[in-house]
Design a binder for this molecule. Structure first.
Ligand SMILES: C[S@@+](CC[C@H](N)C(=O)[O-])C[C@H]1O[C@@H](n2cnc3c(N)ncnc32)[C@H](O)[C@@H]1O
Length: 220
């Protein structure tokens, strides 16, 4: 009898954040290492310029990972909270002295509709595999005059929707949906999510857009 033990994407992220080498595997079998060392490091100068210094009010760090941005915001006395489905990510964020809760951005989020800012950093616009759906969900979490800061992939990326798995050692997670969104596609995706692009910043090869509620959104 073969026992099949399901290895969820959450279990895989927990193991990756706990220090086990991990890589992302796409449907073609192409692998790329997960940048856990970067997420576990402190926020760098580009993180500060693209995200931290743009947040002056309450800030929700969506998919905070080990919490480099949540902690950098807290260090500036910004009321920030990370949310992540990985218990290990939440544990490490709290270990940096920042606030974080374990949760799914698509489920109940404390303070929904009241956050001044929401951050989707370092590829997190890929959460759920449908950037317009994710941005629409995050727009429900911010105040009507709030902003979403979203990191984007480079020009020419467009919208890439894929099914991926995380490999940790010999173990492969169950497949889950992920996406990449390029700076070239943000205007159309923002409109589809009921948002508008306020401005785009490019620094050291990284791109981030600031989004706000579009005219006529929240009419319901
Ligand atoms: C790219 S990593 C985090 C990087 C982090 N934002 C940074 O810049 O250091 C993506 C994170 O999203 C989290 N995540 C994935 N799906 C999620 C969901 N539905 N709700 C909340 N967090 C999620 C993962 O557990 C993981 O920690």
């Amino acid at each position: 009898v073969t026992e099949v033990v399901s290895f969820s994407s959450v279990d895989a992220m927990d193991a990756a954040f706990a220090g086990h080498p991990a890589e992302l595997v796409d449907a073609f079998g192409t692998t790329s290492p997960l940048a856990v060392h970067r997420w576990s490091a402190d926020a760098d100068a580009v993180d500060q310029a693209l995200f931290v210094r743009s947040c002056h009010g309450t800030t929700l760090d969506v998919g905070c990972g080990p919490g480099r941005l949540t902690a950098a915001l807290a260090a500036r006395a910004v009321h920030a909270m990370g949310i992540d489905i990985s218990a290990e990510a939440v544990r490490q964020t709290r270990g940096r002295g920042a606030a974080a809760i374990r949760g799914d951005v698509f489920a109940h989020v404390p303070g929904a509709g009241t956050w001044d800012h929401a951050i989707l950093a370092d590829g997190n616009v890929g959460i759920g595999g449908d950037p317009a759906r994710l941005l629409g969900r995050v727009s429900e979490l911010i105040r009507p005059d709030g902003t979403i800061l979203v990191e984007l992939a480079g020009p020419g990326t467009g919208v890439v929707q894929q099914i991926v798995q995380v490999r940790v050692g010999e173990r492969l997670s169950v497949p889950f949906a992920w996406a990449h969104l390029g700076v070239d596609a943000i205007a159309d995706v923002a409109v589809a999510a009921g948002l508008r692009v306020r401005h785009i910043t490019s620094l050291a090869g990284r791109y981030a857009a600031s989004l706000s509620q579009g005219v006529g959104s929240r009419a319901h």
